[in-house]
Write a new protein. Structure first.
Lengths: 259, 264
């Protein structure tokens, strides 16, 4: 569900045809189901998704850290893979025993808007220090402005799971809007890593890597027109951590059912 | 045949079924035995069903998909070559899905989907009002989903549609509330004046003054007076969803205005 929301957000950002989006969603959902069913044998485990938008092509990598899918010939990978094959231009699987599997899918996306080229080197996920056992997702967004369409949707899913009321869920949307609007100028390398994890009665959102001092600037800038710090008002807790590289930081925010 | 049910799961097509069905393929493809084809159809209909479920969503005409899917199955039964050693499903899935895709693209999709989304969004909005009134507090997404017999994801999608103020058709008040809406402007005027009398404190920047009175009022109520959206909705006589949308919209505007004034 999370991944479909990400894809919808990306689609919105690049004007992807609704039918193409739908088929990409079906294929990617199959890949994710495969992870849930096979990689972790029904247990919980991390699921990493990377979405790359290239001219007229979208690539989606679904990666798990599980036991690895047995890459036996054709039939054993099952209907899921057949569905992915039928809906994508190409699909590639790579797996190393015991260290997870990459499902790499490529889709034709004609007539889409192009995104600013970004370097995909040195992509750095926020440290999921507390993500541990809880449901969590880590997603790399490049360029960072994709967060405008993706962040609100992702937060909604976690808020819904944490039994937020519709009203409180809208608060989450407002926070996501504020962050997404400000975050673009705060990411040095043009990409943004977003981590969200479920927490007791709430969720935690992590954004990185931000330029030094920018996490607080993000919070401060959201004090619009003297209304006070909007983000701080709507979220219950925030934390700024300096990343290992020293000149980048991570902003973590917590939202709970009722403030 | 009792083994049929097992063919639904991705790995369920066991080799024993294959041996059995390859005889059926010979009977159908080489001897034209219609009863063999019937048996094969029966055996692989669960696959069509499973694909229709994967490909279609709850709002889609499932029976239609099943029908075009079966057509794909028949084609695949004709073309499949058991000698090549693949399992039939691996061969049939693209053909069956192909039929479903063509069906979607040719006829139903363009008209069907957007309207379905819109209707769903309106149902979510109305249900939310109803539940809020009944219970005195806003429902959770899960409660709404259960009430409307939708997926949580469908409710979230609907919410996104409702919150995007570009969706103009959603701006119209629900028909039943038209009478109320007529008086709402008036109520608003009064409330607004009262709030205007309160001297704007020094921290409230001039930017806020650029917003329309109603948006300014809602922002103040939410962020200065700490009222909930439901409380605001009650006071100014609009739905909570409208308050949500207005909040989002006015924060967007405010942000744009702030950026504009800060830029040297």
């Amino acid at each position: 569900m999370l991944v479909r929301q990400v894809l919808t957000g990306v689609a919105e950002a690049i004007d992807l045809d609704a039918r193409d989006l739908y088929e990409i969603s079906v294929a990617v959902t199959e890949a994710c189901n495969n992870v849930v069913v096979h990689a972790y044998r029904g247990d919980e485990g991390p699921l990493e998704v990377e979405v790359y938008v290239r001219p007229a092509v979208m690539e989606v990598v679904v990666r798990d850290r599980g036991v690895g899918i047995e890459l036996a010939p054709e039939e054993s990978a099952g209907t899921g893979l057949s569905v992915i094959r039928a809906l994508s231009r190409s699909v590639a699987l790579s797996a190393a025993a015991g260290s997870g599997t990459d499902v790499w899918m490529r889709f034709d996306t004609p007539r889409t808007r192009e995104l600013a080229p970004t370097s995909t080197e040195q992509l750095e996920l926020p440290t999921p220090e507390e993500a541990g056992s809880d449901t969590a997702i880590e997603i790399i967004l490049a360029p960072a402005h994709l967060s405008r369409t993706i962040l609100p949707r992702l937060l909604s899913v976690f808020a819904a799971r944490a039994h937020f009321t519709m009203e409180r869920l809208v608060d989450g949307q407002l926070v996501a809007d504020e962050l997404a609007a400000g975050v673009e100028s705060s990411t040095g390398g043009g990409h943004l890593s977003v981590g969200i994890s479920a927490q007791p009665r709430g969720l935690e959102l992590r954004l990185a890597p931000l330029r030094a001092g920018h996490a607080n600037r993000l919070l401060r800038n959201a004090s619009l027109g003297g209304l006070g710090p909007v983000i701080r008002k709507l979220s219950t807790h925030h934390r700024v951590t300096t990343l290992a590289s020293g000149d980048r930081e991570m902003l973590a925010l917590r939202l709970v059912q009722s403030p | 045949m009792s083994s049929v049910a097992t063919t639904v799961t991705p790995r369920g097509v066991s080799t024993s079924t294959n041996v059995e069905s390859s005889e059926l393929f010979v009977r159908w493809q080489e001897q034209g035995d219609a009863s063999a084809r019937e048996e094969l159809v029966e055996q692989f209909m669960p696959l069509v069903r499973s694909l229709a479920r994967r490909y279609g969503r709850s709002a889609e005409p499932f029976e239609d998909l099943l029908q075009v899917g079966s057509l794909g199955l028949l084609k695949a039964l004709d073309r499949f070559d058991p000698q090549r050693g693949y399992a039939f499903p691996a061969f049939a899935v693209p053909t069956i899905l192909g039929e479903m895709r063509r069906y979607f693209r040719d006829c139903s999709w363009a008209v069907h989907i957007p309207r379905g989304d819109q209707e769903r969004a309106l149902r979510v909005r109305d249900a939310q009002e109803r539940l809020t009134n009944e219970r005195g507090r806003a429902p959770t997404v899960g409660q709404l989903a259960q009430y409307l017999e939708l997926d949580i994801e469908e409710v979230i999608d609907a919410l996104q549609a409702l919150l995007s103020y570009e969706t103009l058709s959603l701006d119209a008040p629900p028909p039943s509330a038209e009478a109320e809406a007529a008086t709402c402007g008036e109520t608003l005027g009064h409330e607004d004046e009262r709030y205007e009398l309160v001297e704007l404190d020094a921290t409230v920047s001039a930017v806020l003054a650029h917003l329309p009175p109603r948006e300014r009022l809602i922002l103040r109520m939410r962020f200065v007076d700490d009222l909930t959206q439901t409380q605001i909705a009650d006071r100014i006589g609009v739905s909570q969803m409208q308050v949500s949308r207005l909040l989002r919209q006015s924060l967007d505007r405010l942000r744009a205005l702030t950026e504009a004034t800060e830029t040297p």
